[in-house]
Design a protein around this ligand. Structure first.
Ligand SMILES: [Zn+2]
Length: 133
């Protein structure tokens, strides 16, 4: 439920506070939507990009991403993101990028037609920046 004119997109990724604003800015410009519905866990893409995704986690993601954000908020698009220096998923950057893409594919299979963009957030000159994969 939302007032007319309030336009949403969906941010799916790590809880890390350093990446939320770069992702919000990226999503606003990419989808022309103001409000990021923010679905987080520590190191989330690492937990999704595995052969045996925890069923409780998957159900929780489905409820937040599909039922609330996509269906009720009519999200304009979904950003699935990982980032450098992740305490919740301490793997090499390249592995983390691959996990981000794999997680985006799984989420795509849940939601259908909404655009999904995998993004990796990197630290550049002391600032955090979203880079599309
Ligand atoms: Zn993290």
């Amino acid at each position: 439920m939302s007032d007319q004119g309030e336009i949403f997109f969906t941010s799916v990724g790590c809880m890390d506070g350093r990446v939320q604003e770069p992702i919000a800015m990226f999503g606003r410009s990419k989808f022309g939507a103001e409000f990021p519905d923010t679905v987080t866990e520590a190191g989330l893409v690492g937990k999704i990009a595995t052969d045996e995704v925890d069923q409780t986690l998957l159900n929780s993601l489905k409820f937040k991403i599909v039922d609330v954000s996509a269906d009720m908020h009519q999200s304009k698009g979904i950003i699935v993101h990982g980032h450098q220096d992740c305490a919740g998923n301490p793997v090499e950057d390249e592995t983390h990028r691959q996990q981000t893409k794999k997680a985006a594919k799984l989420i795509k299979s849940l939601v259908g037609d909404i655009p999904i963009i995998p993004v990796f957030v990197v630290k550049k000159d002391l600032k955090w920046e979203a880079v599309e994969l």
